[in-house]
Design a protein around this ligand. Sequence first.
Ligand code: HEM
Ligand code: HEM
Length: 220
Amino acid sequence: MEQEQQQRSVRVWDVPTRVFHWTLVACIAVAVITGMKGGGAMLWHGRAGLAVVGLVCFRIVWGVIGSTYARFGQFLPTPAKILAYVRGQWQGVGHNPLGALSVFALLGFSLLQAATGLFSNDEIAFEGYLAGMISSDLSLQLTTVHRLAFWVLGALVCLHVASIVFYALVKKHFLVPPMITGKTRVPADSPAQDAQGGSVKALVVALLIAAAAMYVAAGG
Ligand code: HEM
Ligand code: HEM
């Protein structure tokens, strides 16, 4: 109770970042299930993967014009920040420097996975929307990358979820509620401020760019 009184609430994750995260989780889950199933499910595999292209493109733009803690510049994991974090001297809000490494890796591999999928083919009945633009040899090579990259993405997701469980169980730091409510708790004397920026205009720009990326990825 005493500790509760010494804390205050800070708005950390804006609505677009939260919606982005949980939609990405859902789309990747659908892509994995349908990719494993194959056959008729591949139609939905392509659709879910296309949504991942749009989501990651959205997040890249939002990382530049979104609100404070969603901006890449805010959590860029420089060696100095990582060192401070490892020494227990990092006192920030938002992604910590080690978590930030995993955020960039998750975004990068989600995009690589979806982008290689666009050029892949299952040698039966389904091919990515852009596979017709390249030779079948190259398409098969990218299909191999698509299959291999999946294991890296899978490992990154396992590490991501394991870290969140570790934070909850060992450090008693619960990261999931802020990704749902948008709010986190900080010591009352912390200089941390509510997230600023990420206007509706910025949101429309990010959505339009994401839609354009999906249009191109779907073969126009
Ligand atoms: C396909 C699976 C997943 C992927 C690809 C993924 C990806 C990501 C990405 C890219 C971020 C950065 C968010 C941003 O700044 O936009 C993030 C953060 C986060 N994710 Fe996930 N995620 C996955 C599954 C999960 C699951 C299952 C949970 C719940 C246990 C979860 C909980 C979180 C939390 C709490 C954060 C914020 C971490 C922090 O405070 O630094 N994620 N995730
Ligand atoms: C992040 C999004 C994606 C994930 C997580 C994903 C995951 C997977 C998985 C797990 C498989 C099965 C691999 C295997 O059998 O070893 C697969 C196969 C496949 N995926 Fe994706 N995929 C994604 C996006 C896409 C997209 C956007 C397309 C095309 C529009 C696509 C096209 C294909 C094709 C053609 C195969 C069959 C390859 C084969 O027969 O080995 N994928 N994908």
